[in-house]
Design a protein around this ligand. Sequence first.
Ligand SMILES: Cc1cc2nc3c(=O)[nH]c(=O)nc-3n(C[C@H](O)[C@H](O)[C@H](O)COP(=O)(O)O)c2cc1C
Length: 205
Amino acid sequence: MLNRSAKGLSDFYGYYPMLATIVTAKSGRKENAMAVAWHAIVSMKPPTYGVSISPKRFTHRLISKGRRFAVNFMPTSEAELIAAVGGCSGRDVDKFKEFGIEKAKPLAIDVPILKRAYFAIECRLVDTFRCGDHDLFVGKIAATHWSDDAFSKSGLVRFAKANATAYMGENRYLMLSKGKAIYLDRKECIKRRRRKAAGMQRPKT
Ligand SMILES: Cc1cc2nc3c(=O)[nH]c(=O)nc-3n(C[C@H](O)[C@H](O)[C@H](O)COP(=O)(O)O)c2cc1C
């Protein structure tokens, strides 16, 4: 039996793990980078990505003004950088200088791309939704950067190579390189689950 509570989320981190990324933004000459775990692809046609950012963050101001951002997916070797850019504000420090963050050239939009990312997307802001204590910035993907090693021919992430980093909440990071992906055919699973459910419903003799 699952425990239950009507108090909202309370202290649970049950919705993690989520991939830890670094979101970069630029407005005028000011650039910044922050750690973001709350993000998702929200449409394929057109390719659109959402990042959930608190108005308290300096990055929030840069995205609102500059109307662009990039999402950089970082390997575990950069987990310390994720924690560092997630632990101070661009209001007080130039994180690129302070942490020696290396940049790669953007392709379509003037926004910083991180050289050490295994995957990065450049986004043009198309919508902003107020969701409570965070705002959901929705951006149309204008360009994609990737490291060949990190992907299979069909475009799947090769975790052993990409070394993706997941965030668990409470400053805990999970290294996904050791993880093993299993293939599950949806139609087969429907059949199997139906058979299992039918077995469960069969009266005991
Ligand atoms: C791993 C990690 C994930 C985070 N995810 C988010 C997030 O999804 N949204 C958010 O608003 N803040 C998130 N934060 C907090 C910001 O990264 C942090 O407040 C940062 O200092 C903001 O920097 P800025 O003021 O320069 O924008 C996260 C922090 C860490 C360490």
